[in-house]
Structures are given as C-alpha cells and as structure tokens.
Design a protein around this ligand. Structure first.
Ligand code: MRU
Length: 369
C-alpha cells in the first residue's frame, strides 16, 4: 500500500544480501523510517520492542531472523544453532501463533536437510515463501470479506458502510493489504464507500497512530475514537459491522486479539451488530480448544500504561499520565469467545467460528497448520 504516494511493504531484503529492512512502527505516523536487521538478535529485538508488530508480520520477521542467524552457523553442524536460535526467536512474543508457526515450518524444512546442505539458502527461500504466502492470503481475505461490505451497502445504498475496527490489523501488521483492512481496500477498488471507526487502542495506540495513518494514506474516510466509544455508537445504529484481526484462533473459534477486542464483541452482540474476525490460516492454532483458558496472554511493561508517547511538532516525546507511585498492569491481548463472533474471514472464505466449520474450511489446504 502507499505512504506519501509511494508503494511500500513492511519488510524487504537489504541490497547487500545479508540484511533485512523493516518499517519502524515505533515512530509512525510521525516519521517514515526503516531499521536494518543484520543478526538474529536484531530481529529478536525488533519484535520485542515492536519496531515490527502485528501477527503475520512478526511471523515473517522471525522467519527472516532465522535466516540471518544461519549466516553465523558452522556449515558442518548447523543443528545446535538451528535449535537454539529457533527457541530464542519463538520466545520474543507469546500470543501471536504466527511467529511459532513460521519458525516451526522452517525448522521442519531445514531439519530434514543432510549435513553439508546450503542451510542459509534454504532458510532464505523459506522466509521468502512465507512472506509471499502471507501477502497473498491477506489479498484473498479482502476478496472474501468484501462480500460483507457489498451486502451492507446493498442494505443502505445511500450512505457509506460504517465499520468499526480495533488496534491495527492493517497492512502495517502484515506485509501488505492487512487482514481486517483488506476488505476495506478491496471495497475501495470496487467503488463501495466505507467509513471506518478506528479505536485508538490504548496503551500503545496502534489504532490512533497506525490504522488511522494507513487509512488516511489510502484515502479511506475514518474517525479515530477513544476506546470506550464503540458501545455508544452501536447503541445508536452507527456501526454496520465490526471487523478485527486476530493473533491466535483456536480450533473452536475463540480469538485472541489486542486488549479490548472482547468488550467490543460484547457490545456488538448486545446491539445485534455483526462481529467478524479476519485472519490468515497461519493464525489458527488447532492444538488449542478453550481460548480463554489456554491462549498465552502477553504482559508488557507498566510504563506503556503510565506513560504516553506523542509528537510535539518536532520530536517524539514520552510523558507520564499517572501519579508517581501508582502501579499499573498491562495485558496485551484478550480472548473473544467464539459465541460472540459472527464469522471468520480467511483466505479460504468465510466460515463460522466453530470447530466443524473451521476443519471443513481447512480440508485440503496446502501447508495449513
Ligand atoms: O501488539 P500488536 O500491535 O502486535 O497487536 C496487533 C494486534 O492485536 C492485531 O490486531 C493482530 O496482530 C492482527 S494482525 C493483522
């Protein structure tokens, strides 16, 4: 998608053949900068400090991180390095399963290679394939999800479709297109007017800073709202549907996503507003059933709650918003139970958030987790 008219993706290979460039999401929308990753620790740090973030993107960044790691492994005996660095990368963030999926996929592939094989080339090819796969799946999510926007537009043709989303499940969280935003961008191509309510998404404000930015850059009508407004809008008929992304969806259809998603789903249920979750199949974790009990929820540092970062006109500044001495807790994600989800939007189509439907949808999927 575009930033200041230039087509960009979130991650690309460096020209020197031994590095990876990523858009720095800590400074967007105020600065458009990239960061160069040259080692596995650079990739690990970029995921931990959220230079890169969003479930599909951290999977791809970790895949490239494993390739960077392999450039330092002895050619004769790559296995100890593979095991060590795969675990290191998998430990960078716990909730989004895309990260573990990407690493496990690559480990299974290169683990089967004979000693003396060109492991770095195999890992680079694997990282490229995962990147292309995620990109194509996001576009396909858009093609399937746009049907919901077309239907909403048919029901009320005289005005834009009003969609609410939470956090950033846009192209900045992926490689391109996004998951929750992909149907919006496809709708734009088809001339369907859409207006987006963008939850600011405290504490890191991925909605206010990233989703608002990317929608604005693409010319999509939107309003940023504070996190508690969604219920009021739904009560007054101002939301046609909600679409969020996800970081991990269990085989029963429970979906972990950015903290606060659950409350939007509750409000949507109470107001008969359809609530959809968009995800590529790399976000499915079929090993888990009960998402509330089983999905690991990331806890981040309290300073993300006690402080807020913004642009003062010339520089980024971080200021305290809580009294000195008031402790804070910072859960990064919550789980929306399947009973609150109207449907899942995947690269293979729309499906109910329930085990039988998910398994049916995946039947015959090449490389499906
Ligand atoms: O903590 P973040 O910014 O990585 O969280 C991102 C989200 O929760 C997104 O909604 C999710 O990863 C979906 S990605 C298309």
């Amino acid at each position: 998608m575009k930033i200041h008219g230039e087509n960009l993706t979130t991650i690309w290979e460096g020209a020197d053949g031994a590095s990876v460039e990523v858009l720095d999401q800590r400074v967007l929308p105020h600065l458009v900068e990239s960061v160069t990753l040259r080692s596995v620790s650079d990739a690990h740090r970029a995921i931990v400090d959220m230079t890169v973030r969003g479930a599909p993107l951290i999977g791809v960044a970790a895949a490239y991180g494993l390739w960077l790691a392999s450039l330092c492994w002895p050619a004769r005996d790559f296995r100890p390095g593979l095991v060590r660095d795969a675990e290191y990368l998998k430990g960078s963030r716990p909730t989004a399963v895309n990260l573990a999926w990407a690493i496990d996929t690559l480990v299974a592939e290169v683990g089967a290679l004979p000693e003396g094989a060109d492991v770095p080339s195999a890992l680079l090819a694997g990282a490229r394939r995962i990147r292309e796969r995620e990109l194509a799946h996001c576009r396909a999510i858009g093609e399937h999800g746009v049907r919901l926007l077309e239907e909403a537009h048919r029901r009320a043709p005289g005005r834009p479709v009003r969609l609410l989303t939470h956090c950033n499940a846009g192209w900045l969280a992926c490689i391109d297109w996004g998951t929750a935003t992909a149907p919006i961008y496809v709708a734009q191509e088809r001339g369907i007017p859409v207006e987006v309510w963008v939850d600011e998404t405290r504490p890191r404000n991925q909605g206010a800073s990233l989703t608002a930015f990317e929608l604005g850059q693409q010319g999509i009508e939107h309003h940023v709202i504070v996190d508690n407004v969604g219920g009021h809008l739904m009560q007054h008929g101002l939301v046609d549907l909600c679409i969020t992304g996800a970081d991990r969806v269990t085989r029963r259809g429970d979906a972990a996503n950015k903290i606060g998603t659950y409350l939007k789903a509750l409000a949507a249920k109470d107001n008969h507003v359809p609530f959809y979750v968009a995800l590529p199949s790399s976000t499915l974790d079929l090993t888990l059933g009960d998402g509330v009990a089983e999905i690991p929820i990331e806890e981040r540092g309290p300073e993300e709650v006690t402080h807020i970062t913004g642009w003062d006109g010339s520089t980024l500044r971080t200021v305290r918003v809580t009294p000195e001495g008031s402790p804070a807790v910072n859960y990064g994600f919550d789980v929306t139970p399947a009973r609150l989800i109207t449907g899942l939007i995947t690269e293979r189509g729309l499906c109910a958030a329930e085990e039988a439907a998910i398994l049916r949808m995946l039947r015959g999927a090449p490389g499906a987790p």
